[in-house]
Design a protein around this ligand. Structure first.
Ligand code: SAH
Length: 242
């Protein structure tokens, strides 16, 4: 059976994968490895490690969000994966939860070219891909305040991420970001960014992750974000609100 490690991980998360989904993940793996020779997409290339660290971890994020009630079964929530790289965590979640209305935002053109080709091969043309920086796209009316959920893995420290992500959310929406051992420190440092951008820490729970210990940090948007945020490209990371 293809994707045996992933199948077991998903089963344990309460997400039995059907043969078509397993085939989609198998194709995803082969496309990732083939493209990785030209474009730097991932340092993890081992078949089982990709299943654990990329696919499994992404599905664990999704499972935690359904359990927390941030996502509801079969509801077509508008979801943005900010800085998705090769598509994580949003794309594995979309393969397993077809109702999600996923938009992928990624600054590097070579990566979005990969993603567009991959989506065509997987038959997932309804997933939108935007090449651009969050600092710019978040000011476009079509995207500002329009999402129920922003996902971001390994993109920036929480204080920076809050400035980049909250402008995309509707009030009542959530930012969900898996964090490693620095989670407590990043949360402590994000206080001012949260106040300025209209967010509050909603929860930080251990993720039943198949690989490394992770905490899923959830930020709720409780007030509109002032139009000054995010600041110009590069500034949020260079001078974090804090
Ligand atoms: N989320 C993926 C990729 C992490 S690497 C994963 O977990 O595997 C971070 C990615 O975010 C890079 O591909 C980078 O190009 C993108 N990125 C960083 N800052 C960004 C910004 N301000 N706007 C859009 N994309 C950004």
């Amino acid at each position: 059976m293809p994707m045996e490690v992933l199948a077991r991980t998903a089963q344990a998360l309460g997400l039995p994968l059907n043969p078509q989904q397993l085939q989609q993940f198998e194709e995803y793996y082969h496309q990732l490895i083939a493209a990785n020779r030209r474009v730097s997409l991932t340092s993890i290339t081992d078949y089982q490690e990709v299943q654990r660290r990329h696919f499994g971890e992404s599905l664990a994020v999704g499972a935690a969000l359904y359990r927390a009630g941030v996502l509801k079964p079969d509801e077509g929530a508008r979801v943005l994966d900010l800085g998705a790289g090769a598509g994580f965590p949003g794309l594995p979640m979309r393969i397993v939860h077809p109702a999600l209305r996923l938009t992928i935002l990624e600054a590097t053109r070579k990566k979005t070219v990969f993603l567009e080709r991959l989506l065509a091969r997987l038959g997932l043309e309804d997933v939108a891909v935007i090449t651009g920086r969050a600092e710019a796209v978040a000011h476009e009316p079509a995207h500002r305040g329009g999402y129920a959920l922003v996902l971001a893995r390994a993109v920036a420290p929480l204080a920076v991420l809050v400035e980049l992500a909250l402008p995309f959310l509707e009030v009542g929406g959530f930012l969900a970001t898996p964090k490693g051992s620095r989670a407590p420190q990043e949360m402590a440092e994000a206080g001012r960014a949260l106040t300025l951008c209209g967010g509050r820490l909603a929860s930080a729970e251990p993720l039943p992750s198949p690989a490394l210990p992770l905490t899923l940090v959830l930020v709720e948007k409780i007030a509109p974000t002032p139009a000054t945020y995010p600041r110009r490209p590069g500034i949020p990371a260079k001078r974090p609100l804090g």
